[in-house]
Write a protein that binds this ligand. Structure first.
Ligand code: GLY
Length: 292
């Protein structure tokens, strides 16, 4: 089986003046995931590595650079899932950690739970030896311009959103990871699609894997990621499934901001989005490409 890493940096509309930086950030994340795979690492290690690069990069709405909530604080959601045993872990509304995706993986691997939220998630991270950081360290780059009262609602035009990565390793195992600061000006305690299984992401070796981005309140109503995987299981190619699930979302919910990347059990990929941009990049059989 030929290894695959497929990464996106979030769907949005305000990218034009920052497209080069977004492309560079998504490229770095993709190569970080590929480095893991090319050294024989697991799909889970690859998606964690890729997402950590984007959480550490203040251009993206995840980790450093997360959009601020209505209290002008950072609260983040993240999820990991692997497709062999359907292992799944997530954190929601977590604060003061630079890499929520690492905590989501610890929830999956070291607890009997799937989702841990808020203060409990932060306490769990600390108990697991994850360093905490002052919230101010996470407020950077793209989030600082959202400190205005008029931004206390979801703005379809805002640049970026949830970041995500899907990997297939040499043994054919699929894994997915997503991470987000959520929507700008969200209510404190609001949880989006990203940490919810089948909504922000899904992975099942028999169906394929999906990583979503966009308006969480819309995506979760249609189980966006699981629906896309089910379409692949019905025989659609990843590209057909991505386009079809986006169309279904728009017909059910109406106009809303969304994007998705998909990998099927054969390692084929597809992507669709309805925003101006969703920077996404792939390395498959050693060949790199990037699109926006
Ligand atoms: N997709 C990110 C969110 O709605 O929180």
């Amino acid at each position: 089986m030929s290894a695959v890493i497929f990464v996106h940096g979030g769907a949005g509309n305000d990218f034009d003046d920052r497209l080069a930086e977004f492309r560079a950030g998504v490229s770095r994340a993709t190569w970080a995931g590929w480095q893991v795979l090319s050294q024989g690492g697991s799909a889970l290690d690859a998606v964690e590595a890729a997402v950590c690069v984007m959480e550490d990069d203040p251009q993206f709405d995840a980790g450093h650079g997360s959009f601020l909530n209505a209290n002008q604080e950072v609260e983040m959601d993240a999820m990991v899932m692997e497709g062999a045993q359907l292992g799944y872990g997530s954190v929601a509304a977590i604060q003061r950690v630079a890499n929520p995706v690492r905590v989501a993986r610890l929830v999956m691997e070291r607890t009997r739970h799937c989702i841990v939220v808020g203060a409990g998630a932060e306490q769990f991270a600390r108990q697991q030896g994850v360093p905490l950081c002052p919230m101010e360290e996470l407020v950077a780059g793209s989030s600082t311009h959202l400190l205005r009262p008029e931004d206390r609602v979801f703005r379809p035009g805002q640049a970026g959103d949830t970041v995500g990565a899907i990997a297939m390793d040499a043994s054919g195992l699929l894994a997915v990871a997503v991470s987000t600061g959520g929507t700008a000006g969200k209510l404190p305690g609001r949880v989006g699609d990203s940490p919810i299984i089948g909504c922000g992401a899904y992975a099942d070796n028999a169906l394929g894997a999906a990583a979503a981005t966009g308006n969480g309140e819309a995506l979760m109503k249609v189980l966006f990621s699981k629906s896309a995987c089910d379409l692949m299981a019905q025989g659609l190619s990843p590209q057909q499934a991505a386009e079809q699930v986006l169309g279904q979302l728009e017909r059910k919910i109406g106009p809303t901001q969304a994007g998705i990347i998909l990998v099927n059990p054969a390692g084929e990929v597809g992507a669709a989005f309805n925003t101006h941009h969703m920077v996404h990049a792939c390395i498959r059989a050693g060949e790199f490409w990037i699109k926006d």
